[in-house]
Ligand binder design. Structure first.
Ligand code: ZN
Length: 214
């Protein structure tokens, strides 16, 4: 009898430990956003104001509902490989982008740059409001600030696996001439599974992929 009781308690304890370690389970959503996952937003193509976006919350950040289910699957798959995908940035409204742009520009002006020079300098690291992929709700920055090892692990996992869930490394190395943005190992963009697979396997950028597919 004692043995059986011990066994039951043992099983319960194991279950409890397992349960406590289990991350929050996300339930799936039915997307209603009217955004094309292949939309091109870059320094020459603004994000149109009339796209109806439905934002949902994931891990404290807002994303377009279109990417939610695949993002959850990716997050869980990474966890299974002992990698926690930490989000540092996701959806940003045009107003927020404007604030970021203006404060950076002000900082340059305070350093003595003319308005024109400050604008040009800011453009090198911050997208002009209306032209940031973060406004689409389809882009996510994965990084854990100040944790180099964690970031390396995360970025390596993403590079190898993100396409399976519809995400691409949006600004790869050696593609500056095309994307006009330096290598960003943390910035991933949702394009859907088929395009993500093609883009990743052929080592393309979204610009190249659309150029050959439109
Ligand atoms: Zn980003």
């Amino acid at each position: 009898m004692k043995k059986i009781l011990a066994l039951i308690i043992g099983v319960l304890l194991i279950y409890l430990v397992y349960y406590l370690q289990k991350p929050y389970v996300y339930s799936s959503v039915d997307p209603i956003s009217e955004i094309n996952p292949l939309i091109l937003v870059n320094s020459e193509n603004a994000f149109p104001d009339n796209v109806n976006l439905n934002l949902v919350s994931f891990d404290g950040y807002q994303v377009a509902d279109t990417i939610y289910n695949d993002l959850v699957d990716m997050y869980n798959a990474a966890l299974d490989d002992n990698v926690t995908l930490k989000i540092n940035n996701a959806y940003r409204s045009k107003d927020e982008q404007t604030q970021i742009f203006e404060s950076k520009m002000k900082a340059y002006e305070n350093e003595g740059y003319t308005k024109e020079k400050a604008y040009e300098q800011t453009k090198l690291t911050v997208q002009v409001p209306g032209y940031s992929e973060h406004e689409t709700g389809l882009a996510i920055d994965f990084s854990s600030e100040g944790h180099y090892d964690e970031n390396e692990k995360m970025w390596k996992w993403l590079k190898n696996n993100a396409y399976k869930y519809g995400f691409i490394l949006r600004y790869p190395e050696d593609k500056y001439e095309i994307t006009k943005i330096d290598y960003e190992p943390w910035h991933y963009r949702y394009v859907g599974k088929k395009a993500a697979k093609d883009i990743t396997n052929k080592n393309l950028t979204l610009e190249e992929y659309l150029g050959g597919n439109v």
